[in-house]
Design a protein around this ligand. Structure first.
Ligand SMILES: Nc1ncnc2c1ncn2[C@@H]1O[C@H](COP(=O)(O)OP(=O)(O)O)[C@@H](O)[C@H]1O
Ligand SMILES: [Mg+2]
Length: 321
């Protein structure tokens, strides 16, 4: 295995927008790692192995990369193909050669196993395919042994937690489930990826509601498609009415079938969030300069409104005038 092209550097990382429990778990782990010396004094080691599970596009890779960046470390990506060979019986030797490479890297790094269910599926004893099962079980045993012996940080990600072998699961000292974002996170994700454009607070809330059950990756695709349309559409001579633009975007960005269809994709341009959407989109900075509307006082939820986070100027003008 060649490590060229598999090392992601800290400066390439993006900070994910996380639900509060996930953010808390992440902070707890970071604090622990930063306290490694003090922990060693009392005979403890900071935890070094974590499993992230959740649907595709919920931010598992992004979170792992962000965590590595917070530690100032590059992240080495190991994909299932590196281990699961094309030929029967090669799995066990691939585990060895991958870990031989990992253990020889002199600079510290976070090792990230992607699509881990493909490698670490439960051991089997059905007897249906004895040779295949024997090989797989031997590979899992090798994996367990090499994981135990490995000193550095290991993070694995999977879309299918239930497929992971239970003993492998227990080797991870932390298991974090990444859910699709809630309303507050959706508003912040939209605001981030629409930048430098923005939405007035009510529009942002309605679009975020219409995207309930969407993964961040789909939301990002939608926002980036919208910005692309705004830039390219007029040059290309495409119709630029709100409905025409949104219809083009929805047609070309279909949600993954495993995740269900957010309302916006079911109702399309008939969705109330689209019918009420101010058009054309404005720059976030211009929206922030608007006077505070009088009638939103009763709209308080437990999360700070996304626009306060995303649009500079809001935070200081809130309640001031
Ligand atoms: N929590 C999040 N906040 C902001 N962007 C996110 C978040 N989760 C995912 N994304 C974006 O969605 C895309 C897919 O994320 P990724 O980490 O590859 O998901 P996964 O590894 O779970 O399939 C990336 O472009 C990432 O920037
Ligand atoms: Mg991923």
């Amino acid at each position: 295995m060649n490590i060229d092209g598999r090392l992601l550097q800290p400066h390439e990382a993006e900070e994910p927008i996380l639900a509060r429990p996930v953010r808390a778990a992440l902070m707890e782990w970071l604090m622990e790692i930063w306290s490694a010396e003090e922990l060693a004094d009392v005979g403890l080691k900071a935890r070094s192995r974590a499993l992230f599970h959740g649907a595709p596009g919920t931010g598992k890779t992004t979170l792992a990369h962000h965590l590595a960046a917070r530690l100032g470390l590059p992240m080495l990506i190991i994909r299932p193909d590196d281990i699961v060979g094309r030929y029967v019986g090669t799995g066990i030797s691939n585990v060895r050669s991958v870990f031989d490479v990992i253990d020889k890297i002199d600079e510290p790094c976070v090792v990230f196993f992607d699509e881990f269910e493909t490698v670490a599926a439960r051991r089997m004893t059905s007897g249906v395919n004895e040779v295949g099962e024997h090989d797989h079980n031997a590979m899992i045993n090798a994996l367990l042994a090499r994981m135990d012996a490995h000193e550095g940080f290991l993070i694995a990600a999977t879309n299918h937690a239930s497929l992971i072998d239970p003993a492998i699961w227990r080797r991870f000292e932390i298991q974090i489930k990444l859910d699709v974002p809630g309303q507050g996170e959706r508003e912040r994700i939209l605001a981030r990826y629409l930048t430098p454009f923005g939405l007035p607070r009510d529009d942002l809330r309605r679009i975020a509601e219409a995207m309930s059950t969407a993964a961040p990756s789909l939301m990002r695709q939608f926002c980036e498609a919208l910005k692309r349309q705004i830039v390219v559409g007029p040059k290309a001579g495409w119709p630029m009415e709100r409905e025409a633009v949104i219809a083009r975007i929805l047609a070309a960005n279909e949600p993954h079938p495993d995740l269900g269809r957010p309302r916006l994709w079911s109702l399309g341009i008939e969705d109330a969030a689209i019918r009420g959407l101010g058009w054309p989109l404005r720059r976030a900075a211009d929206i922030a300069a608007d006077p505070e509307p009088a009638e939103t006082a009763d709209q308080h939820d437990e999360h700070p409104p996304a626009s306060v986070v995303a649009f500079p100027g809001r935070a200081t003008s809130r309640g001031g005038d």
